[in-house]
Write a protein that binds this ligand. Structure first.
Ligand code: HEC
Length: 115
């Protein structure tokens, strides 16, 4: 019984120390995570772009261009997504620069390579 209590005491100590360190530790690891983990372009596209471009980029609602046919470079896409063009709404302030870069890359990877 004494042994059991001792183990319990020690593990409680370890647990207590561990949780004391958690706030600073988790802050540091959170920062690392957001840096290491790039924004999910696919998820962003599904959330913000499918209304007009559709899930496959070819819905052409409100005059939206068929993204499968787009020959724009990454930089040109970033420009259009950031500042909008005609009917397309600007996403500056809605998405971060990193998110815009990710979703622009997604439109290239997912659609433009198709013939
Ligand atoms: C309100 C409807 C609408 C939404 C929402 C929208 N777009 Fe567009 N998009 C358009 C229209 C309309 C055009 C054509 C603009 C023009 O050239 O007149 C366009 C053009 C584009 C082009 C340029 C294609 C080309 O070859 O000229 C890209 C890239 C693009 N959109 C990506 C996106 C992405 C990524 C999102 C989500 C972050 C998005 N769009 C959300 C309507 C929309």
């Amino acid at each position: 019984m004494k042994k059991y209590l001792a183990i319990l005491f020690v593990s409680t100590l370890i647990f207590a120390c561990g949780s004391e360190e958690t706030p600073s530790n988790s802050k540091a690891s959170n920062k690392k995570e957001t840096k290491a983990k790039a924004p999910d372009g696919k998820k962003i596209f599904k959330t913000y772009c499918t209304v007009c471009h559709g899930l496959y980029g070819d819905m052409e609602v409100n005059g939206a261009k068929d993204l499968n046919l787009s020959i724009l470079t990454h930089a040109e896409r970033v420009e259009i997504i950031t500042n909008g063009k005609n009917v397309m709404t600007p996403f500056k302030g809605v998405l971060t620069d990193e998110q815009i870069a990710a979703v622009a890359q997604y439109t290239i990877d997912a659609f433009s390579k198709k013939e």
